[in-house]
Design a protein around this ligand. Sequence first.
Ligand code: GLC
Length: 667
Amino acid sequence: MIRKYVYGWPFETEAVTEQIPEAKGIPAYGHVDVEQGFCFTCRLEADDVVYGLGEANRGINKRGNLYVSNCTDCTEHTEELRSLYGAHNFLVVSGQESFGLFVDYPAKLSFDVGYTRTDTLRIFCDRADLYLYVIDGESAYDIVRQFRGIIGRSYIPPRFAFGFGQSRWGYRTADDLRRVADGYRENHIPLDMLYMDIDYMRDYKDFTLNEEAFPDFPEFVREMKERGIRLVPIIDAGVKVEEGYPVYEEGRERRLFCQNEDGSDFTAAAWPGAVHFPDVLNPGARQWFGDQYRFLIDQGIEGFWNDMNEPSIFYTKERLEKFRARMREYVDGAADSMTVFEIGDAVGVLSGNLREDEAVYHQVGEERVRHDRVHNLYGYNMTRAAAEGLARIDPNRRFLLFSRSSYIGMHRFSGIWTGGNRSWWSHLLLNLKMMPSLNMCGFLYAGADLGGFGADTTQDLLLRWLAFGLFMPLMRNHSSLGTRVQECYQFEDTDAFRHVIGVRYRLIPYLYSEYMKAALGNEMYVKPLAFVYPQDKLARETEDQLMLGDEIMIAPVYTQNASGRYVYLPEEMKFVRFLRNGAISEKILGAGHHYVEIALDEVPMFIRRGRCVPVAEPAECVEEIDTSHLRLLGYAGAEHLLYEDDGISLDYEKTGSWRRLRVEGAE
Ligand code: GLC
């Protein structure tokens, strides 16, 4: 049962796609106060677990901290951050009584989940202009399903997007990318995608190509595709201010950029220097920006990643002026003294989100809307612009598309990656914890920068991270300029990488099928253990294992120098290890705790009692996977329904088919 309460004059975010009548009266479960802004308060019982908030820090259980929905480019991706790149205002309180809350409000919104008072949940924001959805159901998972049912079907990528992708900020030329392709192909490490970061553009201008670095680009795209590799270019939110650059000229003439109070185009600095931001909340601008993707589609491109769309700002002219003035005082000796911390802070505040006093406007229909009222919708609408553009360009084709910033609703148009993490073991665990929360909000095609974006990775961290990441729909190794090279063939033990990534390809028929089941049925692809074993107290407390699809549990090693880990089994399961020599070991383990040995070059997973999982032979790209010879792992007598389709069109009903597979023997 879903009730929708309306407060004030909400902005239409289009997060919810179903028509739900307005409920009268006051919401159950909590108390709403609209005296000063909006505040929803409710009591948390000692045993209540709070799930949700999508891309957020800390645990699967969100209790005990404060989270703020305020899309932010967070280059310092540390544990104390309250806001990350996305704003996902959905949570479920699960206990004796369970209910879900979705606050459809696109400005800054805070969730005090037992932070100020351990027994109290408070959700608050400055303006009481929002929709509050209150969902009750039989269980946490039931509530999630209902929620997913009102926000529309999750984005479905093409099948090749389930392959492994290599990325790095710093590939500058076609030859750089060729060398990476060679590194993978010569070492027989599977690969399906090579990502192109900002350097492929001319002076970081969207929808341009550096032609000296990429002579005859369509031919290069074809050459790569013949090797089974798709090129996936980045698109940034900011459009470079430069006379003669058609995208800029047209956007300016047609008044399609975000504006200052006085109607001039708002300018900030990003990678290209001065940029304007397309006003993607304005449907006309959205259409115009989406149509620009044709420039690359016409050259054979089939996928994109949208970045810097919080939107990320390095500085504005005004901020820089203030900074200069402050520094001048210091240099001229007018300021008594300045600590290095003060200097650091002065630099720090140059970048970051738009502030309230920097009044920037969107044109939404007849209304001019100030940016801070709709801040969390920018990345969503930039990506929606792209998806709608792609759908106009090639209506029955699936494109690979994912974004850094997001709001619920964007899950219908694309996936997400979780931004600039670091080569830290703790970020491998954070990656695991975020995944089910993202799935709750509809973001199924998701993943982190495997190996870590910032800082220098190590062979063992990358191997362990891949052994987890291979189960996630978006599997991409990405790293920053200036960090240690991170392509898999750069390390000592290339055989181990070939094997671990090979396991991904062996599992793709199964993972793709589970993804499609989740997307088509509004299910979660990965879940917290407690969603499957709600009565099990230890399952509720397990924060480092996940259930995937209907068959498996995953429990990666995320500790340096560990030769294995403790794992909790809510029921008997088959412990499966993919060994380096290609063999697969299977062993039944009873319910309870176990220490399991998992070598650095092995991939572990657990098959639930009475279930089975199909595996293919390793392949070097998705197209080469032989799905006609699948081996079944798991319990004798178990059956599995495998979904398959053409992997590229939107005709799921026409091309989708179900194959029943059965393990020999009696159950
Ligand atoms: C941002 C992105 C990162 C990208 C870089 C350069 O930091 O998060 O993935 O590599 O910009 O484009």
